[in-house]
Design a protein around this ligand. Structure first.
Ligand code: COA
Length: 571
């Protein structure tokens, strides 16, 4: 079927729908709804058999829905309506939720129901739920709806208008935290309902900030609202009955001023931050406190998990992770699993921190070297097997970090973006070594140029990943644990480890890894220091979330099913 995706942005869910529809043999194109009145003509040009809107913040024009079948993905159960569906669910402590696929009509979210799928709603941030539990339910509902539509015989069910409930936009008055009155539980719930966007507007050290992210602290306490400590760039703030860790802040935009963007909290507050104790949590910390890097062992398997907001890895995050990696490698294990908990694996270097730096070129250079050092440590580990286990999405250098491991095991719902072109970067992280090693030079080159998202299943059929773990987000860590224990127990694992050193020696003798790094970094250095390089404007636009002026041509072009090694592009 020729399906057109209409979306406010090519966000993670739209990317997943795009990738998974292609996997199922459909031809897919994208048009962004940019609010400039061009959507009707664009849809006509595509003449799709079906329009699907995975994430749309505006209404589909009557000219479109009256001429083409249009299905809207609503992140809520049947009867739930409004623009802040998931925010309300989390704010009110719902334990289960759902996704409904509706026929577009005049009134938003009021159309007939093509499919609805329920999902659990564990106590986590909105964006993490959106990329995982909600995305899984959305995909199931979209595939059900597409199948029903294709059958030609299914009649969507009209909604019972009497039981429908439209909730308003969840605004900052409702989100506001009362530090004197709210418990840690309430504060964390409010922070989660607003994470990653729009954050909770608050006053901190006399200035207005949006608070992004929130994790309960098990031990510290103080006067409500007081800042107590820092850890890994986050600040700890006292509540009425405990404390919360807040990883990121965004300054409130001044009237007429430039857009502001999120930064690690300590970096955002800068000199304004009073002296506070830095309380690092050891990577093997108990779960009762927050930390972004953890290590644990089960038998002869080590698990090094990490979780950075937005999957972005700044210079200091890369260095801390490298430090933890080296410590993990000093342990007597035969298999080391990287990642494997929930959500993002990595999205590469931290573009926001680079953008905010006094010298962005110097910061980008430090960041790319820090992530390269980490990748190098993985590539040169010869005394154990390393498994990268992306539980969630990965992009650019974050995908390449995974490819440095001996095996890559992805959760089935992962979306991978193994390319750098859209950020105007050549890329590093030893990709010129690892990508052709897995795919061959021609396919590696195609992926880089194509610059499209791919599903875990597609990545496996291309040879980019080794295993797809088909389970829900909450079960992934357990599944990976079982698989890793089995890997450690296999008789062949000893001989694979023994062969690693010989393989690396052979590689170093024919073309040392440092040569790949030097060539990549020479290109990156030129880009970072060339003020005319498109990367600077692309980075600025990405960080400030500027709308593109039109749909990027590589998305608007209909793209056919991906077959192993050969992305198909119908004309
Ligand atoms: N640096 C800083 N922030 C990043 C980031 C990075 N490398 N990658 C992602 N983020 C942020 C996004 O801005 C987004 O912020 P928000 O939650 O406040 O909106 C958040 O992380 C989640 O990202 P995601 O849900 O993946 O966004 P998306 O679905 O709209 O887009 C990608 C997915 C991967 C295409 C997009 O995030 C991307 O292009 N990332 C940059 C990859 C890159 O070029 N890295 C640098 C080279 S190594």
């Amino acid at each position: 079927m020729h399906i057109l995706l209409v979306a406010s942005a090519f966000n993670s869910l739209t990317q997943r729908v795009h990738a998974e529809l292609r996997d199922r043999g459909h031809t897919v194109a994208v048009e962004l709804a940019l609010g400039d009145g061009s959507l009707t003509d664009s849809v006509r040009r595509h003449a799709p058999q079906l329009v699907i809107a995975p994430m749309l913040k505006t209404a589909i024009p009557r000219e479109v829905w009256s001429a083409y079948p249009c299905l809207i993905v609503h992140p809520g159960p049947v009867g739930d309506r409004g623009p802040s569906s998931l925010d309300w669910a989390i704010q009110e402590g719902a334990e289960s939720w759902g996704v409904t696929v509706l026929q577009a009509e005049e009134e938003m979210d009021a159309g007939a129901v093509w499919a609805s799928v329920a999902c659990p709603l564990p106590p986590l941030s909105k964006s993490e739920l959106y990329r995982n539990e909600i995305a899984d339910a959305a995909l199931a509902a979209v595939l059900l709806a597409v199948g029903r539509f294709a059958s030609g015989t299914y009649t969507p069910l009209a909604q019972e208008q009497e039981t429908a409930h439209t909730r308003p936009y969840l605004d900052q008055d409702v989100r506001r935290i009362d530090w004197d009155a709210d418990s840690t539980h309430t504060v964390v719930r409010k922070l989660r309902a607003a994470d990653s966007q729009p954050g909770v507007l608050d006053v901190l050290l006399g200035e207005e900030w949006y608070l992004h992210g929130g994790h309960p602290e098990g031990g510290l306490c103080g006067a409500p609202g007081q800042l107590l400590a820092t850890r890994a760039g986050a600040v700890c703030r006292a509540t009425r009955d405990g404390a919360v860790w807040i990883p990121e802040l965004r300054r409130r935009r001044a009237p007429g001023g430039p857009p502001t963007f999120k930064l690690p909290a300590v970096r955002a507050l800068g000199d304004g931050l009073p002296p506070l104790p830095e309380l690092p949590a050891p990577p093997d910390a108990e779960w009762r406190t927050w930390t972004d890097i953890r290590y644990r062992e089960e038998g002869s398997v080590g698990f090094l998990s990490f979780s950075f907001p937005g999957g972005a890895m700044s210079t200091s995050q890369c260095r801390r992770l490298l430090d933890a990696y080296r410590k993990a490698c000093a342990r007597p294990t035969s298999v080391l699993v990287l990642g494997g908990q929930r959500d993002f694996f990595s999205n590469g270097i931290h573009l926001n921190v680079i953008e905010a730096a006094e010298d962005p070129a110097a910061e980008a250079w430090a960041n790319i070297n820090a992530i390269d050092d980490l990748v190098e440590a993985v590539l040169t580990t010869t005394d154990r097997l390393v498994v990268a286990a992306p539980a969630g999405n990965a992009a650019a250098g974050g995908v390449m970090l995974a490819l440095a491991a001996d095996e890559v095991w992805c959760r089935a719902g992962c979306v991978l973006n193994p390319h750098y072109r859209l950020m105007g970067l050549y890329g590093s992280e030893y990709w010129t070594y690892t990508l052709p090693r897995r795919l061959g030079a021609a396919a590696a080159d195609r992926l880089m140029r194509e610059a499209l998202p791919m599903s875990a299943v597609s990545a496996r059929s291309l040879g980019l990943v080794d295993r797809v773990v088909d389970c829900g987000p909450q079960d992934f860590a357990g599944e990976v644990g079982r698989l890793a224990a089995r890997l450690a127990s296999l008789s062949g694992t000893r001989s694979r480890i023994a062969a690693k050193k010989a393989d690396l020696d052979r590689q170093e003798a024919s073309e040392p890894l440092s040569a790949f790094r030097e060539r990549e970094l020479a290109r990156m250095h030129r880009i970072f220091h060339d003020p005319q390089a498109p990367y600077h404007a692309l980075r600025r636009a990405f960080v400030r979330k500027e709308k593109p002026s039109c749909t990027p041509p590589h998305l608007a072009l209909p793209t056919g099913p991906r077959t192993a090694g050969e992305p198909v592009r119908p004309q």
